[in-house]
Write a protein that binds this ligand. Structure first.
Ligand SMILES: Nc1nc2c(ncn2[C@@H]2O[C@H](COP(=O)(O)OP(=O)(O)O)[C@@H](O)[C@H]2O)c(=O)[nH]1
Ligand SMILES: [Mg+2]
Length: 579
């Protein structure tokens, strides 16, 4: 691993820098989504992006691991202490540092920082020996093996069958499929022939253990450090490492993996955003259902109002036609019998009282007939309004929760949503119970007295009484006006009046009254209903705002994720060109 080697190709390095930026964007997304595992994974991967390569060296005590490291890194200084007696009694993590510094991480692990440039690119984990650290396998495995770029098994060239080394091999090979090589160290102590035999033996053994094509290098740290580079065996090893592990190609491969992982992370995050969308979609559907159900009820109510008006006006017609007939026939008699009529009534005073009686009868009939008719129609309308309110209540109570507020994912949103719904449920229940929710201000303002049960009734129960008060108000207002006008007409009649003219005037007043009756009933009833509907809809103000915000947030999240995906895909293509 030459220091002169261009470790990181500038182009690849640029990709790496950009990849770091993509990952910081992924992290922002993951933090917003709130899934902890995802955040951790992205943080670790970002870290790894900046980390140097990591080699983990394992093998028995005195197999020559420390000497191997010193030779491999071409350091003039001794990076790892070498001794005939086992020197390394604990795991050493050797990393780059501005000055030499040692730190005990725990009883089994020491961190050594050395100002040796090559360590900027390769971090080394030197282990004491598989025969002494069995108890601490876990430390090495969990801390370093998953993050390692290369695991180097060092054997004494004389004996590559040491049991503890192979036990450790078994231990890590099963669960962590890392790149690994085998080193036969101290080859200077063996003849070429013996070395070949042991090399073949090692390859065979490794294959039996499930390594498809074992990579074995025979080296001598001693020869390398004595300057015998041509025979030390390190040249071939370095070439291999450069090509397969640390070189431009390997570096690009590693980055490409990181980018692939980025896409997978985006897939995962998109799924979570989709979950939030599903919740939004369900909420929006629920909200639309409420509106649609209100619309449907409003249409039905319109029909019912029309029906009521039709009934009332036809009843009004019947009653007034009868009076008109009486008026016409009474006046007819007057015409036919002339004086006789006058004799019948004996004076104009008597005619006036006859007309007065006629008007009084009209009033009686209108009151009884219209009241009856009103009562039927109001009953239906009142039922429908109550039904309309209850359906909304039912829909609110039944709205579906997809984003679980007890889970990490979008927890703030899920909680805010639940709070909003609870609030809506609570206030709507109260709304249904409060009489003022269904009261009409105009009734109080006009000072008209409500029937006694209205004052004590609660919520929905007062709808019927409200409608009664409102419609009766209209009917008596209008009929009162008609009766006054007819009364005035009657008082103005003198004996000389034409019968036809009187009946026409009467009919005119009656017609005006009928139009007013229809118009005012309609205005009053639709006015009341739209007021109730507005009050119902007003409860959804916060929820509607929430839906608006959700739509915007989800669109933004999708856009951000889509942008990142596009950038990463593009980078993958760039990287393919470099490889
Ligand atoms: N002949 C020979 N001896 C070596 C070589 N490498 C290491 N040794 C010796 O083997 C012993 C153990 O070496 P060391 O690197 O400390 O082994 P470790 O315990 O595996 O780290 C020391 O006495 C070294 O001098 C080598 O290539 N040739
Ligand atoms: Mg050692």
């Amino acid at each position: 691993v030459s220091r002169r080697q261009e470790w990181i190709n500038t182009a690849v390095d640029a990709v790496k820098k950009r990849t770091a930026i993509y990952y910081s964007e992924l992290l922002t997304l993951a933090v917003e989504i709130g899934e902890k595992d995802l955040v951790d994974t992205i943080e670790q991967l970002t870290q790894r992006l900046e980390d140097p390569f990591l080699f983990v060296i394992v093998g028995e005590v005195k197999s020559g691991k420390s000497s191997f490291i010193n030779a491999l890194l071409e350091s003039k200084e001794e990076i790892c202490p070498v001794s005939p007696a086992p020197m390394t009694d604990r795991i050493q993590q050797i990393v780059y540092g501005e000055t030499r510094r040692e730190e005990d991480i725990n009883p089994y692990l020491k961190r050594v920082e050395l100002p040796i440039p090559v360590l900027k690119y390769v971090g080394i984990v030197d282990t004491p020996g598989t025969n002494t650290i069995i108890a601490h396998h876990q430390e090495i495995t969990e801390r370093f093996v998953p993050a390692s770029d290369l695991i180097i098994f060092v054997f004494e060239a004389k004996n590559p069958y040491r049991q503890s080394a192979w036990e450790f091999f078994d231990y890590i090979h099963e669960s962590w499929q890392r790149k690994l090589i085998f080193i036969l160290q101290q080859k200077d102590l063996l003849s070429e022939a013996d070395l070949e035999v042991n090399k073949d033996g090692l390859i065979k053994h490794a294959k039996e253990k499930g390594v498809k094509s074992p990579v074995v290098f025979a080296v001598s740290a001693r020869e390398e450090q004595e300057g015998k580079a041509d025979i030390s065996g390190f040249a071939g090893l370095r070439t291999y490492i450069e090509n397969e592990v640390t070189g431009k190609k390997a570096h690009a491969l590693k980055l490409s993996n990181t980018l692939d992982t980025g896409i997978q992370l985006l897939d995962k995050m998109d799924q979570l955003v989709e979950l939030r969308y599903k919740q939004f979609d369900a909420d929006r559907a629920f909200r639309q259902e409420v509106s649609q159900s209100l619309d449907a009820d409003t249409r039905l109510l319109d029909k019912q109002i029309n029906q009521l008006i039709e009934n009332i006006t036809s009843s009004y017609n019947d009653v007034t036609r009868r009076t008109e007939e009486e008026l016409a026939s009474g006046l007819g008699l007057l015409k036919v019998f002339g004086r006789t009529f006058r004799a019948i009534f004996s004076s104009e005073q008597s005619m006036a009282s006859w007309l007065e009686q006629l008007n009084a009868n009209l009033q009686d009939r209108l009151e009884t007939n219209l009241r009856e008719r009103l009562q039927d129609g109001i009953f239906d309308i009142s039922e429908r309004i109550q039904q309309m309110s209850r359906v909304v209540d039912m829909k609110i109570q039944r709205s579906k929760t997809i984003l679980d507020p007890d889970e990490d994912i979008f927890q703030d949103i899920a909680k805010a949503r639940i709070d909003l719904l609870e609030e809506l449920r609570g206030t709507f229940k109260q709304f249904l119970q409060r009489p003022e929710s269904f009261a009409d201000d105009s009734i109080e303002k006009s000072g008209a007295k409500l029937a006694p049960h209205v004052a004590t009734g609660t919520g929905l129960a007062i709808v019927g009484a409200m409608l009664t008060a409102l419609t009766h108000g209209v009917v008596f207002d209008v009929t009162g006006g008609v009766l006054t006008a007819v009364g005035l007409l009657f008082t103005g009649i003198s004996v000389g009046w034409q019968r036809r003219k009187i009946v026409r005037k009467f009919r005119e007043e009656i017609g005006k009254g009928k139009d007013r009756l229809a118009a005012e009933l309609e205005a009053t009833l639709t006015g009341y209903i739209s007021k109730i509907r507005e009050r119902i809809e007003a409860h959804f103000k916060d929820f509607d705002e929430h839906l608006d915000r959700e739509q915007k947030s989800i669109e933004r999240l999708r856009r951000q994720s889509g942008n990142q995906r596009e950038l990463i895909e593009q980078e993958r293509k760039e990287l393919k060109k470099l490889r």
